[in-house]
Design a protein around this ligand. Structure first.
Ligand code: NIG
Ligand code: FE
Length: 411
């Protein structure tokens, strides 16, 4: 047992992010900082965290993995909302948008999500696996050790299976954990002979059982929006998925409200976007166990307002921040830069921002085994080249982790 134990450190500062509330506002005064700390790791899990020299005395047999410079250690980030399984890109849409066309106008003119569906359908499984690997590895090198990945650019039983199979294969070959989500209900596919209701019924009957048989996804997402699915069609779909044992998450309140009310009513694990949420939706989310996931990357890509993260926290909600990395609205995929930007715009404390990227984001994925540096948690860690944790957001994402560990192993 001792042979496989390691002590990683010393770190100038360790931010364990343990002992903080799961919901509501957090002041930086509530943050615990371990100075000159170390972490004991065995079998991919954290065994102990504390003062470096005390740990050496307590565990005299451990292997030392020395950190020879000033460094601040954080839990690995959890990106709880991405669409990194796609073919092609939408640079053309982006150019139209910055020239003044709206997201919805571009979609109606044949661009938008359907364009990515066309390009993703043309990609074979291998090409998608490679694309996911490349994006996931870039994320991992930037400290993101858990990455949710949605389908939703297939939009038929066969093509959604292709996407989720590619995610499953990529998950076996990348060090980051990929958490798959089925977003077959992204938009109504243009080539489906029927309406939204009959499409969703078909997905429940023909796709969801296969996801369970092949262990391809445990989570179901839907885009509730005027340009996608209405609540009336979404509710029976989500109820059917829930009855089969799937976790529910919803693209909610991006342009118009109604998605977050459905999320709360059905006990969704998260409601994501929320740019259009008003006081009513904020209260609903705050009084629920549904995580409010804000996606600054989509606000940046679409040139629209941020979700009301400050108001959500003050009302008592659990707020996570995710990248929404996708070819249309959020091509950048830089989670730390985006978090730094929304924290400045919305006035989120450093601790609220780091919580939103770690244990609160893990809750959005229904995972309690990561997001903190504490005994029994996965040893998913990242070290920044600085001596004061406040530098991390200060450099607005330009300063990246120099060391990343996934399940105790440096990557
Ligand atoms: O989260 N809002 C819906 N879906 C994605 C956009 C996907 C796309 O434009 O390709 C989102 O922003
Ligand atoms: Fe999204």
């Amino acid at each position: 047992m001792f042979g496989s134990m390691q002590l990683i450190g010393p770190f100038t500062q360790i931010l364990p992010l343990s002992g903080l509330p799961m919901k509501g506002a957090i002041k930086d005064e509530q943050l615990t900082i371990i100075q000159n700390g170390g972490v004991i790791v065995a079998d991919g899990l954290i065994v102990a965290v504390g003062d470096y020299h005390q740990l050496i005395h307590q565990y005299p047999q451990v292997e030392l993995e020395r950190i020879e410079k000033q460094a601040v250690l954080l839990p690995g980030f959890v990106d709880c909302h991405t669409h990194i399984c796609y073919g092609g890109n939408r640079a053309k849409d982006y150019a139209l948008r910055i020239a003044g066309k709206s997201y919805l106008e571009i979609a109606k003119a044949g661009g938008g999500i359907w364009d990515s569906v066309t390009q993703t359908r043309l990609a074979d499984t291998d090409a998608l696996v490679n694309a996911i690997q490349e994006r996931a590895n870039r994320h991992l090198s930037e400290g993101v050790t858990t990455i949710e990945v949605k389908s939703g650019y297939g939009l038929s039983v066969e093509q959604e299976l292709k996407q989720l199979t590619a995610i499953q294969i990529a998950n076996q070959s990348v060090a980051a954990d990929l958490i798959p989500t089925c977003l077959a209900a992204h938009i109504l596919p243009k080539d489906f002979q029927g309406n939204a209701k009959s499409y969703l019924e078909m997905i429940v009957k023909e796709l969801l059982p296969q996801l369970q048989q092949q262990n391809l996804a445990k989570r179901i997402d839907i885009f509730i929006e005027e340009s996608a699915y209405c609540s009336e069609d979404a509710i029976p779909y989500l109820q059917a998925a829930k009855a089969m044992g799937f976790d529910i998450t919803i693209h909610a309140d991006q342009f118009t409200t109604s998605g977050s009310a459905v999320a709360v009513e059905l006990g969704a694990v998260s409601a994501d976007h929320l740019e259009a949420s008003t006081e009513k939706e904020i209260q609903l989310l705050a009084n629920s166990d549904t995580v409010a996931v804000v996606l600054p990357g989509a606000s940046l890509g679409l040139g629209m307002q941020y979700a009301p993260a400050r108001k959500l926290l003050d009302a008592g909600a659990c707020v996570a921040i995710a990248s929404d990395w996708n070819p249309g609205s959020a091509p950048m995929g830089d989670l730390l830069a985006q978090a730094a930007i929304i924290s400045a715009a919305e006035k989120l404390s450093t601790t609220e921002t780091l919580a939103a990227l770690t244990f609160r984001a893990a809750k959005a994925l229904n995972l309690s085994d990561r997001g903190m540096i504490a005994p029994q948690q996965l040893a998913d860690l990242q070290a920044f080249p600085c001596a004061d944790y406040r530098e991390i957001l200060y450099y607005q994402g330009k300063m990246k982790a120099f060391g990343v560990w996934k399940k105790g192993r440096r990557v």
